[in-house]
Design a protein around this ligand. Structure first.
Ligand code: F6P
Length: 526
């Protein structure tokens, strides 16, 4: 499947990315616009032939047919026997979506209305603080989006507690008044140990202050029975179906805390933005399809050129949690070692995704990105404008820095240019050579840029849906199931068995020497 692309890549030789711009139309030819966003992948080694070969990879893998199966409600999550239909949650005016012959849209719209009712009730009440208790997809999505859309916040203060480390909930509760705080317990399964532990601590906290009543909790879950068992009345449980995966769930009830923060209208604008991207993904031919191109460029770097990691660098401080969100979305989805049929993958799984907002990262890890010995493909995101109209000069600097980084990565600085700089500083001879060597930037390092007008709810919806579909495309090409997560199970099982050991109720007998030594240390300092 990859042979043609690999052969073309072998032929790249010493070619430099900047030389590709001898084609005066390169920027336009190697970028595309959709939903008002511009995705520029011209600062990569892709040329016409490589791009065509990559698109053939997508065609041969059956991306289009599989995409239609996904939107059509087929059980493409084959290891769990489930459809994958988070897109139905934002299908505001897209017509019927059938699962096993039943249209799920009436139920989806009814749940959205229920969310609005609950959100409006909370927003119109005395509640000053809402604490979302959840982890993974039940935390990262709403938290990332709530931070991204802070200019739209007009509801109570929202907090997010995820870690089982008691420090997390303690730090949040310290700033809350028990009389005016409520909790949204977000858990698809309603069994996740971290979430249930934090929810119990929240209940004890209210109880301790004598203000515990069932109205202080809302549950967001597919497991209504467990929520009821926990004491949350049915009308305070917002449900969703198993065809919504945890890391794809921000569009439905799991987005309630976001809706409480920004209001139902802004939340629906977020859904509409995603729906626009869905429409683009379904209709655009592969070579003009933004999620497809985003996926193919990424796979070219990972599978063909062997770059094992990819940095996501939003020049938008409010996207500070986007890299963490994408880590779950991409690495939990495509970090698989076997294909759908259970055979080992003959290619690499998806890359390690990491990052931080610019310009902060520039003063931390960009050193390695520019001069380290390994290439890290970079994905820049930036808004043309910012919300702070009175601080336009900040935005100017932010955008200039973003563009400067991708230019610097591509062009680098030659030894001759470095020598010139050293000469102007008065150096000569061996010292000039030594100092100049440290100031060389190899350049020729690939990056892409996604630029959008302003980080509005619609735009955020488009960006997140874009990344979701990118994951889908990559998963289809790899031939894996992007919608299960068996790789998280073993650690959970072992943690359960180690629980009584770290409390000293059971011995560490049978554990390996390292684990026994660590347990001994813990018991010593308890
Ligand atoms: O452990 C991984 C995981 O299952 C994620 O996929 C999920 O988002 C997270 O745990 C939380 O699960 P739940 O919403 O069921 O509490």
């Amino acid at each position: 499947m990859w042979d043609d692309v690999k052969q073309l890549a072998d032929g790249i030789g010493p070619r430099r990315i900047e030389d590709l711009f001898q084609n005066a139309n390169r920027a336009a030819e190697f970028s595309l616009q959709a939903s008002g966003m511009l995705f520029d992948y011209s600062k990569t080694q892709l040329d016409d032939q490589i791009r065509a070969a990559l698109i053939k990879v997508a065609q041969d893998a059956g991306v289009e047919a599989r995409r239609d199966e996904m939107f059509g409600g087929a059980q493409i999550n084959e290891t769990e026997g489930r459809a994958v239909l988070h897109t139905a949650l934002r299908n505001l005016d897209g017509g019927a979506v059938l699962v096993d012959g039943t249209d799920v849209m009436p139920e989806v719209m009814a749940t959205l209305r229920q969310m609005e009712t609950v959100a409006n009730e909370i927003r119109g009440s005395q509640i000053t603080d809402v604490v979302n208790i959840g982890i993974g997809g039940s935390d990262l999505g709403p938290k990332m989006a709530a931070i991204a859309l802070s200019p739209y916040h007009d509801g109570p203060r929202c907090h997010f507690v995820s870690n089982v480390d008691g420090a997390d909930i303690s730090d949040v509760l310290r700033g809350c008044d028990p009389a005016t705080t409520m909790f949204i317990v977000a858990s698809k399964t309603f069994t996740t140990i971290e979430t249930m532990t934090n929810a119990r601590t929240a209940r004890d906290w209210l109880d301790h202050h004598g203000v515990l009543d069932s109205g202080r909790f809302v549950a967001l879950s597919s497991n209504a029975a467990k929520a009821a068992e926990w004491g949350i009345p049915g009308d305070r449980v917002l449900g969703f179906e198993d065809w919504v995966g945890g890391r794809y769930s921000v569009w439905g009830p799991i987005g309630l805390t976001l809706m409480v923060a920004v209001g139902p209208d802004a939340f629906k604008a977020f859904l509409r933005g995603a729906q626009e991207m869905d429409r683009h993904f379904r209709a655009a031919p592969l070579h003009q399809n933004m999620p497809v191109l985003l996926a193919l460029v990424g796979m070219f770097h990972n599978q063909v050129l062997g770059h094992a990691t990819r940095a996501v660098l939003p020049y938008d401080n409010r996207l500070s949690r986007l890299p963490a969100y994408l880590q779950q979305l991409e690495m939990e989805s495509n970090g698989k070692g076997v294909s759908m049929d259970g055979n080992p993958l003959s290619v690499h799984s998806g890359p390690v995704v990491w990052g931080e907002p610019g310009t902060n990262g520039q003063h931390a890890f960009y050193q390695l990105i520019h001069q380290g010995t390994r290439t890290v493909p970079c994905e820049f995101l930036v808004g043309a404008a910012g919300h702070e109209q009175d601080l336009r000069h900040h935005q100017d600097l932010l955008v200039a820095n973003c563009l400067a980084q991708s230019e610097a990565l591509m062009k680098g600085r030659s030894i001759e240019a470095a020598r010139d700089i050293m000469r102007t500083k008065g150096l000569t001879g061996a010292e000039l050579e030594r100092q100049a060597a440290h100031r060389v930037f190899p350049g020729n390092r690939p990056s892409t840029t996604l630029i959008y007008p302003l980080l509005t709810p619609e735009v955020l919806g488009r960006i997140i849906a874009l990344y979701e579909h990118r994951v889908f495309v990559e998963g289809v090409i790899l031939g894996i199931n992007s919608y299960d997560q068996w790789g998280v199970e073993l650690g959970k099982e072992l943690a359960t068995s180690l629980g009584p050991v770290v409390t000293g109720r059971e011995t560490a007998e049978g554990k390996d020497g390292s684990t026994r030594q660590l347990v001994e240390y813990v018991l010593l300092y308890r």
